[in-house]
Design a protein around this ligand. Structure first.
Ligand code: AHR
Length: 497
């Protein structure tokens, strides 16, 4: 269509902070995410500190990783934390029933995870076992992590080499308890959650931020029941939402790299469904929690494709293209837009699993297109959201259409304004006029762009990077307005002053 593209940034109307935790991550004991991805062990030839590979830590630090959710996922509700402490040689093994039926040797446990978070400079988000564990077990894990008193749990922690409590804040009360976490009804889960919550205690100054298991996608009834029966604000301070983008369906999801325009279009329109999901779930939350005490935590999201040919189907290893980068940008824009309520989000699953930031092969490492979106969007961490009015042309495919333009505007503490803008159309450049309402003059300081010749371009081992951050300057400023030209299938960041 020939409609005008216009973005009005209301620079004087910002009052919500975009929590940096929206840019969070999730890593499960699944395939080669933990083992091989982060953890190689101290005796490995791959450069590591305390068993954790240096290249991956350095890359994630540079990208900006505010938090890390662990140990699952479905794995969390069959994980028994006491199996993962003490001398590594003496830790019992278990079968990872959800992910390939492999033997888990528990060499990566609580202390190793806390060390990983420490190296990353990331806030830990721990998911407790409500599905197959006990109240006592969860209660003792919190005591082990957070108590500074003299007690059997703190003695145990000290005997394993850690004197001081860690002070873990974010705590999931189970994962997907409507499915792999116990197949519970919302009424049953609400009661169980209240019971577990009662025995996950606060120690010292630390205040636990308990996250109840929230709905699967559009299960509005689950949200309604939890908000009505779950004692919001007291038994839980956050509630999760899981929604994955799947081009086709669960039995045939589609290839990560080999897709046509119809599949690209389906992916983008299904990912935009996040807008409706957030709006409707937040409406329910607003009715029960008008004071906005409970945060919405989108603690699993991203593209789920078929695994790469020849890889273990239980390991969920997929490549990552410019299409994945576009999906990341659109979702992050939506979380920002609803940042009054969305206080955390965690893309699945950081390294070697699903929509990863990093892929590893032996001692080699690749940064994916999605990695570069997170790096670009670092400018929005803890910045003030500036509301925008957007007029966008549509991107049409066959007889369906979606908006071509997605955006976020924010103002950081040093007064700089950052605009991220995406053009979802893979065939056509767009010209956009932006007005910074409330300002008289703006200066264009710098720009960055993520794009490629093909929408299925990806970064591969042993090859030059195809998708990365490049500098961008196709911008004309006059007064408080600017005209920007976005190539087809591109994501741009503009820094203004
Ligand atoms: O991220 C993969 C899986 O997806 C998680 O273990 C589970 O919570 C979800 O179904």
């Amino acid at each position: 269509s020939t409609a005008q593209n216009k973005i009005v940034v209301n620079t004087d109307l910002g009052h919500e902070k975009i929590s940096k935790h929206i840019y969070g991550h999730f890593s499960e004991h699944l395939g080669n995410c933990i083992y091989g991805g982060y953890w190689v062990g101290e005796d490995s030839e791959i450069p590591n500190i305390n068993g954790i590979r240096n290249d991956v830590v350095d890359a994630l630090r540079e990208m900006g990783i505010p938090n890390l959710r662990w140990p699952g996922g479905c794995f969390a509700d069959e994980y028994h934390w006491m199996d993962g402490i003490g001398s590594a040689q003496q830790r019992p093994t278990m079968i990872n029933t959800h992910w390939g039926g492999v033997t888990e040797d528990n060499s990566f446990g609580t202390h190793e995870f806390m060390e990983l978070c420490n190296q990353l400079g990331a806030e830990p988000v721990i998911c407790g076992n409500l599905g197959s564990g006990t109240v006592q077990e969860m209660s003792q894990w919190v005591e082990y992590l957070n108590s500074g008193n003299i007690s059997p749990m703190t003695d145990l922690r000290k005997s394993n080499g850690r004197d001081e409590p860690w002070g873990v804040k974010y705590w999931n009360l189970g994962n997907e308890n409507w499915g792999c976490g116990g197949n519970m009804t919302p009424e049953y889960y609400a009661n169980e959650m209240r019971r577990y919550s009662t025995y996950t205690k606060n120690y010292g100054e630390n205040r636990l931020f308990r996250i109840a298991c929230g709905p699967n996608g559009a299960d509005y009834n689950w949200m309604e029941v939890l908000m009505r029966n779950g004692n919001p604000g007291r038994s839980f301070q956050g509630i999760s939402l899981h929604y994955y983008t799947i081009a086709h369906d669960w039995s045939h999801k589609g290839s990560a790299t080999d897709f046509n325009e119809s599949e690209y279009f389906m992916t983008m329109s299904k990912t935009l469904f996040m807008d409706e999901l957030l709006e409707k779930h937040i409406n329910i939350m607003d009715r029960y929690d008008p004071d906005n005490k409970v945060g919405l935590f989108v603690d699993e999201w991203g593209n789920w494709h078929d695994v790469e040919p020849g890889t273990n189907p239980g390991f969920l290893y997929q490549q990552n293209t410019l299409r994945d980068a576009m999906v990341a940008a659109v979702n992050l824009d939506l979380f920002n837009k609803y940042s009054r309520r969305v206080k955390m989000a965690n893309i699945a699953q950081t390294v070697n699993v699903l929509q990863a930031m990093i892929l590893t092969r032996g001692d080699k490492m690749v940064k994916t297109p999605s990695y570069y979106v997170f790096k670009m969007y670092k400018v929005h961490h803890d910045a003030t959201l500036l509301p925008t009015d957007v007029e966008s042309e549509t991107y049409e495919f066959e007889n369906k259409s979606i908006p071509a333009v997605s955006t976020t505007a924010s103002k950081s503490d040093d007064g700089k304004i950052h605009l991220t803008i995406s053009n979802l159309n893979p065939n056509k450049a767009v010209s956009i006029s932006c007005e910074l309402r409330g300002m008289e003059m703006i200066n264009f300081e710098k720009g960055e762009i993520i794009t490629a010749d093909e929408v299925n371009a990806f970064n591969d081992f042993g090859k030059a990077e195809q998708v990365m951050l490049k500098s961008f300057a196709d911008v004309n400023v006059s007064g408080n307005s600017l005209q920007v030209n976005l190539p087809s299938k591109s994501i741009v960041m503009l820094e203004l002053n």
